[in-house]
Design a protein around this ligand. Sequence first.
Ligand code: DGL
Length: 270
Amino acid sequence: MNDSPIGVFDSGVGGLTVARAIIDQLPGESLTYIGDTLHCPYGPRPIAQVREFALDIMDQLVASGVKMLVIACNSASAAVLHDARERYSTAQGIPVVEVIHPAVRAAMRMTSNHRIGIIGTQATIESQAYHDAFAVLPEVELTAAPAPRFVEFVEQGITTGDELLAIAQEYLAPIKAAGVDTLILGCTHYPILAGVISYVMGPHVALVSSAEETARDVYSELTRRNLLSAPLSTPTYSFNVTGNAAEFRGLARRFLGPEVTGVNQVEVHR
Ligand code: DGL
């Protein structure tokens, strides 16, 4: 048994989709969330810089005493997963869960025609992390497209409107043309735009959000390592950002729910 919190981070509000799924599946677990809003978006930045930012945030979470790290960001998962496993799991016994492999697993369960689409930030698409993950599944035809401006809309709390719809039609055109039956939302911000994405793709295309599947990995890892909190524990939630706390609080309450009572500002070191 271990009552320490689970550490979850993203560049902004996107990781809250993963935090929500963890709270739903593990209501007795405490959570410490950091949104690196000072550096958001990660997507257009060089991978090496995303790696630096992500390691700084994870170092802070570990110093605060978390029992597990959840990289609730595809761009950071693509940039830092291997280093993070070595630095925290191997060296300090703190398990690291990420969002890319859970999404691949869920997509494989859903597809019938094995034509799968993936949208993500520039950093995620250019890293080829999804291509690498699907490489062992030669039956899959993968069509990838970056959808960089989606993050901007989500961070502003905009989920409807003509401008967003036009951009969604442009980004999703190559994926639609490929005849996919399954589309991976390869950025944790995108589930917040599931309405417009589904409207453009049509009702027969299944959307895969890594949130629920990632929360299942969190559940299994905690169980396997005997790290679950005591049954019926009362959880505590701590939400933190590196940028403006007031702006984040409004959006976080809207996207995650009433568990967000306060938001603190934390320092960055890099
Ligand atoms: N939510 C993030 C992701 O999954 C990052 C978005 C961004 O900062 O560009 O990639």
